[in-house]
Write a protein that binds this ligand. Structure first.
Ligand code: F3S
Length: 402
């Protein structure tokens, strides 16, 4: 009978992935979930010609909303989580409802029951109480050069580009497998030689805050899976969060550099690189394409989940009142804990929802048009939530409805 190595060698080019004695032991003697998790990572490593599995210091898992994973995802979780514990710090993406305010979100009883089952499986693993796509705002914030295994495209690109951590764009199952084993295959963005940019973007003007989302979408469409390098761009961390989410949703970009700003920008560009000059009109066209309606039945902020500073700005603007449609502001429970006055102010005019977001909740059950300041939400709402969209920056949207 052929060994695993022989089978792989005859099936493909390249050397099969080497396991350490400890990893071999886990593959033979681990619990059902541990063995399945390791098999999944080995298969992934073999596909990408990884030579070994490497330890990770943190994991972020996607695939937690019942809306997105359904009954097949629930079954997968029930099997793989049994008898397993997270080996490293692990956070989880938003679920389909606020754990406390789900009645106000018009969620069905069946949905609530299934969603609670999913939460139970993740809690049995010992993940952090997170349910957010911005884990780096609540303590899962890896440093420069740390190997991690993150899912959630907007968080992956932020981790690689802004924090200088090293992760491939994991899927929910592979991130979960990394949480259970503490390992990931060593390929792609874990290797420094793969962290050079492919496309140089030069801006002919100073970027305004409202243009970060369209810029991400513009560059993401051009890059696809390639890596952009931006010249002449100053940005706050919140601007980079917006840019990250847009880049990763219009393309499948997993990392970018900004000259003089992001931690590994000096790795620079590959020798053979494309060059694109960005005109303000390019960004206006993107914003216009998202802005097809002007009578929304819901206004949604918090994609990705709001930071403390973003919530503070929204609360300040809302002091002048709100006469618009239903207002949702999404963030994590951990961010809310330290800002009770801000939370109260936003709740006076709308719903400050934790644990969830507009895309992974069942918003299509009661809404047809959503206004948002998010490029990622504008990209996904029409397809994943059957919505028409209105797009503008937060200030324009709030002032429009006062
Ligand atoms: Fe986060 Fe949901 Fe947007 S997971 S990035 S708020 S689609």
């Amino acid at each position: 009978m052929q060994s695993r190595k022989q089978k792989i060698s005859s099936a493909k080019r390249g050397e099969p992935l080497e396991l350490s004695p400890e990893q071999e032991r886990l593959l033979k003697e681990g619990s059902y979930g541990e063995r399945k998790a390791l098999e999944l990572l080995i298969a992934l490593g073999d596909v990408y010609d990884a030579s070994k599995l490497i330890p990770v210091t943190s994991v972020h898992i996607s695939g937690a909303s019942y809306k997105t994973i359904g009954d097949p995802g629930l079954r997968f979780l029930s099997e793989i989580c049994e008898g397993c514990r997270a080996k490293v710090k692990s956070t989880v993406n938003p679920i389909g409802m606020d754990r406390e305010r789900f009645h106000e979100m018009r969620v069905s009883e069946e949905f609530v029951v299934k969603q609670k089952e999913i939460i139970g499986y993740y809690e049995s693993l010992g993940v952090l109480d997170s349910w957010t796509c911005t884990p780096y705002l609540i303590g899962n914030r890896p440093g420069l050069g740390e190997h991690v295994a993150w899912a959630e495209s907007s968080a992956v690109i932020f981790a690689n580009s802004v924090l200088g951590a090293r992760t491939n764009r994991e899927g929910g199952p592979s991130a979960l497998a990394s949480s259970i084993t503490g390992l990931t295959p060593d390929y792609g963005l874990h290797k420094e030689e793969n962290r050079k940019a492919d496309v140089l973007f030069e801006l002919e003007f100073d970027l305004e805050e409202k243009e970060f989302a369209p810029l991400g979408s513009f560059a993401g469409e051009i890059c696809g899976a390639r890596m952009p390098y931006f010249k002449k761009l100053s940005a706050t961390e919140d601007n980079l969060k917006t840019l990250s989410a847009s880049l990763a949703s219009s393309g499948s970009v997993s990392m970018f550099h900004i000259e003089g700003l992001t931690p590994e920008w000096e790795l620079g560009l590959k020798e053979e690189c494309e060059s694109v000059s960005v005109d303000r009109k390019d960004l206006e066209e993107i914003a216009d394409s998202w802005n097809t309606e002007d009578d929304p039945d819901l206004v949604a902020f918090g994609c990705p989940h709001c930071s403390t500073a973003e919530l503070g700005k929204l609360a300040d603007m809302l002091k002048d009142g709100w006469k618009g449609p239903e207002l949702w502001v999404c963030t994590s429970r951990a961010v809310c804990e330290n800002i009770p006055e801000t939370v109260q102010l936003i709740n006076k005019h709308g719903k400050l929802l934790c644990d969830t977001c507009v895309i992974v909740s069942s918003v299509e059950d009661f809404s047809s048009t959503i206004a948002t300041n998010s490029g990622k939400a504008s990209t996904y709402l029409p397809t994943l939530c059957k919505q028409k969209t209105m797009f503008a920056d937060a200030e324009t949207l709030v002032r429009r409805f006062q």
